[in-house]
Write a protein that binds this ligand. Structure first.
Ligand code: CP
Length: 307
């Protein structure tokens, strides 16, 4: 199967076959990162621009590492170092980037839909590295890769996504992607953090965290996104940790082979206890490792194919 897309903007625009192709490609590329010389010449001569309007550690570094391991030339720009601080619009920024003819632009933006607008304005491939509360497709892909690697499948698994669903682009992209791949997703959290109508994504909602934990093969804990919350959605971090956090007590009721995941960064002691984040069921750092492989796969399929 060939991958004929120009951009990767969200999970909605990927079919189950395309998701499987990205995961298979990522699996085969993973060994490059274990070599003494961690480089293949596949994207030699290609130019990749990393344009991050929002803070990032994992996504930004892993995209840069991915591009470099494929021998692409990389350029990085952050909001504070760009002419956006002088008032330049995203549309003008896009036209100017296009004038330099990069092969791919990887963009993270606080506004939902910004990567989609950019994709309409430039001929380069655009990859969404997280837009507002909307989508984070490569995070969903690396989460799916990690689950498939550890469980051997996605089909039929119960995946509980727990926490601040309302502000989470990770929850949205994972729900859409995992559901397409045949997993059963349950969204769980306090009523103030579950948006109305979110069931249209194909996942039932529960406020009963214990029930969600007990039935899950995989638990994805979400960060409380204080920077996006307009009002106080919980009384105190201590109370949130007691009612909705994943600690050792809650883990005692989980399945013995459960996987614990978190996209990062962690609020240790709030949505997840340090003993759980660093414990034997946690695959949080495997997610980060797989982030490089998934981003190599996405770059390779978008830039190395014959579209
Ligand atoms: N998971 C994730 O997007 O992390 P960063 O914000 O550090 O990129």
């Amino acid at each position: 199967m060939t991958f004929k897309k120009k951009d990767l903007l969200d999970m909605e625009s990927l079919s189950a076959k395309e998701i499987a192709l990205i995961l298979d490609t990522a699996e085969s590329l993973k060994e490059v990162s274990r070599r003494a010389i961690k480089k293949v010449p596949t994207l030699r001569g290609k130019t990749v621009v990393h344009f991050f309007y929002e803070a990032s550690t994992r996504t930004r570094i892993s995209f840069e590492i991915a591009a470099k391991r494929l021998s692409a030339d990389t350029v990085s720009l952050s909001k504070s170092a760009s002419s956006i601080v002088k008032g330049e619009t995203l549309a003008d920024t896009a036209k100017n980037l296009q004038a330099m003819n990069p092969d791919a632009i990887i963009v993270r933006h606080s506004a939902a839909g910004a990567p989609h607008m950019l994709a309409r304005l430039v001929e380069s491939s655009v990859i969404n590295a997280g837009d507002g509360m909307h989508a984070h497709p490569t995070q969903a892909l690396l989460d799916m890769m990690t689950i498939r690697e550890k469980k051997g499948r996605l089909q039929g698994l119960n995946v509980a996504i727990i926490g601040d669903i309302a502000h989470s682009r990770v929850a949205r992209s994972n729900t859409v992607g995992l559901t397409k791949m045949g997993a059963r997703v349950t969204l769980a959290g306090p009523a103030t953090m579950i948006p109305q109508g979110v069931e249209v994504l194909g996942a039932p909602v529960t406020h009963n965290i214990q029930e969600a934990i007990q039935e899950a093969d995989v638990i994805i804990m979400l960060r409380i996104q204080k920077e996006r919350q307009q009002a106080f959605l919980f009384s105190s971090e201590r109370e949130y940790a007691q009612c909705y956090g994943l600690g050792l007590e809650a883990m005692a009721r989980a399945k013995p082979d459960v996987l614990i995941m978190h996209p990062g960064p962690l609020n240790r002691g709030v949505e997840i206890a340090p003993e759980v984040a660093d414990g034997p069921y946690s695959v949080i750092l495997d997610q980060v490792t797989n982030g490089v492989a998934v981003r190599m796969a996405v770059l390779l399929l978008l830039l190395g194919g014959s579209r």
